[in-house]
Design a protein around this ligand. Structure first.
Ligand SMILES: C[S@@+](CC[C@H](N)C(=O)[O-])C[C@H]1O[C@@H](n2cnc3c(N)ncnc32)[C@H](O)[C@@H]1O
Length: 233
């Protein structure tokens, strides 16, 4: 099981070089912003990172709360007059206690909620504080080829388990997209895994890493992303 601390350390360590390794996250965050309907004025973002979502919002905002538990990511986030960047763990009980009393038009999140330790609990609160969500998260089919070789189990949820949890609290529309990121050589593939900030679950000892290196015969990495939007029809 990957702990919150492991994930936090992984993002803190990589935060400075993360910008160069977040090609997929950039594509995903663009799609999340495209999915936001009716130019909402009060937005909560969970796992904001260095501000991929905020940078793409082109309409006027009254209140934007951007939450991330990595100090370095928060430091890199843009600063603005109606924007509050909050250093917090979105699974933390005290954080959720405060959040429960707030109200938003939209909750957005891109490439972050797959790391929640208790997504049920989080969604229960999100349902109370906002009528709408636009969320994208990685599924367990991300790095599938790697998990097939290492025989490790992905630490993140599969798409059906994600849908089941969201269906409990929101009326949602889902779209799943598969992405392949091509590389020139194997070294670049392994460097990407190490530096992209999505590697927290892939912990290998020397023998396992050697076995993976010898048996990984693809020139790409695969990612599966589920897009979750409230059905506003
Ligand atoms: C892959 S990055 C995505 C960042 C940004 N949303 C984007 O699209 O570029 C995931 C972010 O979620 C944050 N994160 C992961 N787990 C978190 C948690 N439990 N509480 C707060 N932030 C978390 C990480 O620090 C990191 O900045």
């Amino acid at each position: 099981m990957t702990t919150s601390n492991q994930i936090q350390n992984s993002f803190d360590k990589k935060a400075n070089i993360y910008e160069n390794f977040n090609i997929i996250q950039k594509i995903v965050s663009k799609a999340v912003v495209r999915d936001i309907k009716n130019e909402p004025k009060k937005i909560l973002e969970l796992g904001c990172g260095s501000g991929q979502i905020y940078k793409q919002i082109h309409w006027e905002i009254k209140q934007y709360k951007a939450v991330d538990f990595s100090q370095i990511m928060c430091d890199q986030h843009p600063k603005d007059k109606n924007l509050q960047v909050v250093l917090a763990n979105f699974d933390d009980t005290n954080f959720l206690k405060i959040l429960k009393n707030e109200r938003y038009d939209y909750v957005v999140s891109s490439s972050a909620l797959q790391w929640s330790n208790n997504i049920d609990n989080l969604l229960k609160i999100l349902q109370k504080i906002s009528p709408n969500i636009a969320i994208a998260m990685f599924t367990s089919n991300t790095f599938k080829n790697i998990f097939d070789i290492t025989k490790k189990i992905s630490p993140i949820l599969d798409k059906n388990s994600i849908k089941k949890r969201f269906d409990k609290y929101f009326l949602c529309e889902y779209e799943t997209h598969n992405y392949k990121l091509k590389f020139e050589n194997k070294k670049d593939i392994f460097r990407f895994i190490k530096n992209s900030g999505v590697s927290a679950g892939v912990k290998l000892n020397f023998i396992e890493a050697k076995n993976l290196w010898q048996n990984y015969d693809k020139d790409y990495l695969q990612f599966e992303v589920i897009y979750i939007n409230t059905n506003t029809k």
